[in-house]
Design a protein around this ligand. Structure first.
Ligand SMILES: C[S@@+](CC[C@H](N)C(=O)[O-])C[C@H]1O[C@@H](n2cnc3c(N)ncnc32)[C@H](O)[C@@H]1O
Length: 411
């Protein structure tokens, strides 16, 4: 039932899985049940078009996209075909979802599909399809090859990237793609890795660690980390010697932020406020804005984004980013730096934002990023910004899609 509630929240109400989790799983007391509900829903979202093809092959009259029977079937089939749940267990958890409704229909379609699977006539494709509208958009922006690689990356488990407080990575083994970084395939939950309790590291995709790297060592200078929760970039900045003030408007996300700071024992000033209303008492040496965005760049771990984000949502987010960028420009001291980042694969939220900002704010210029500042396999763009795409670092397990620009205030 919780998986159904999660899917309902994403597909009908446009919520993310993270937003929907507390409400949809409130009745489950066991964390492993909550995690199973999340896993079922996430895999239905990944495999939806292939599951629907199978369902449609077994019905005479096509079930409506939002019919409860279709959702119950998606949930039952994904459990058998992706999560390797026995057939009888999968159908017996799915039938109560259509209690008082088309139970016989659901049972019949499920049995027909299973007969097709058992006889080898039906099978899931090698990897799931990214929803058509998104794939078309990415093909248009980044070309067919990148879109195809994104499709394949979607299916793979994203590796675990850790950012370290100090140079020392302790007894952990993995591949280091940059200073203070380790990529590994964990054999145990991250909370059980040696060094976690002591706050030696935190989880952060390599692409997400680039914005703070571009500010270098702080040497006691002041930085504003705006839109900071749950604090990945703040922890990088504070451990690089920046006097950090971190702001976010979400009380809930700030709770996780405080836990992270307590664990890593880093000293940071926290502000809970709306960036559209708050302002600092004086300009600072550097500002990092990790702007709220469509989050389509983190689609591997968050398959829900590709079901709730379309051109309208992208245009809305782009409008907010424009307002925020224009608002924070004056907070940077002359000769100071402004780093702008979004975990988005949409140029409207990245390249086009910076183009517009520079057109309207001629006291700023791009401070071009050099190749030597970036991990191998990620190159700066022609104008010195950074665009990470799903085809990069393919052999090492890919990375999230980000746009990052470093700007300098001239005077
Ligand atoms: C991309 S996430 C930040 C991730 C974070 N920088 C990190 O590295 O861990 C964007 C954040 O923007 C915050 N946010 C969105 N709108 C905001 C606003 N108007 N004022 C302040 N924070 C906002 C959200 O709460 C969210 O935590």
């Amino acid at each position: 039932m919780s998986a159904l509630r999660l899917l309902d929240a994403v597909c009908r109400r446009g919520e993310t899985l993270d937003q929907a989790m507390p409400g949809a799983t409130a009745k489950l007391s066991n964390p492993s049940d909550k995690s199973l509900a999340h896993n079922i829903a996430a895999n239905v979202l990944r495999w939806m078009s292939a599951l629907d093809d199978m369902i449609d092959s077994a019905t005479r009259n096509r079930l409506a996209d939002d019919a409860k029977a279709r959702m119950a079937l998606r949930i039952a089939l994904v459990q058998v075909l992706v999560l390797e749940t026995p057939q009888h267990a999968a159908i017996s958890t799915a039938l109560p979802l259509v209690h008082g409704g088309p139970r016989r229909l659901v049972h019949g379609v499920f049995s027909t599909v299973m007969r097709g699977v058992d006889s080898g006539q039906l099978k899931l494709p090698d990897y799931p399809e990214i929803p058509g509208e998104t794939l078309d958009r990415w093909t248009h922006h980044w070309g067919e090859e990148v879109a195809e690689k994104a499709n394949r990356a979607w299916f793979k488990h994203a590796p675990l990237d850790l950012s370290f407080k100090d140079q020392n990575v302790g007894e952990l083994e993995g591949q280091s793609l940059a200073n203070k970084h380790l990529r590994l395939i964990p054999a145990s939950p991250v909370t059980e890795l040696p060094g976690f309790e002591e706050g030696a590291f935190w989880v952060q995709d390599i692409a997400a660690s680039i914005p703070a790297r571009l500010l270098g060592e702080g040497e006691g200078r002041a930085v504003l980390d705006l839109c900071a929760a749950p604090g990945g970039k703040t922890m990088q900045l504070a451990s690089a010697g920046w006097k950090t003030i971190s702001l976010d408007n979400s009380e809930k996300r700030m709770e996780r932020f405080r836990d992270n700071l307590a664990r890593t024992k880093l000293d940071v000033e926290i502000v809970i406020a709306d960036l559209l209303k708050w302002e600092p008492s004086e300009p600072v040496d550097a500002v990092l804005l990790d702007a709220p965005c469509s989050a389509t760049g983190i689609f591997r771990r968050h398959p829900d984004v590709l079901h709730c984000i379309g051109s309208r949502q992208i245009a809305d987010r782009a409008e907010i980013q424009k307002t925020l960028l224009n608002r924070i420009g004056p907070w940077v001291k002359p000769k100071g730096l402004l780093v702008y980042a979004v975990c988005s694969l949409e140029p409207e939220e990245g390249e086009e934002q910076i183009e517009q900002f520079l057109e309207n704010n001629d006291q700023f210029e791009i401070a071009p990023v050099a190749q030597s500042e970036l991990p191998d396999g990620i190159a700066p763009t022609q104008n010195g910004c950074i665009r990470t795409l799903p085809d990069m670092l393919a052999e090492q397990g890919h990375l999230d899609g980000f746009f990052i620009a470093r700007l300098r205030r001239k005077d």
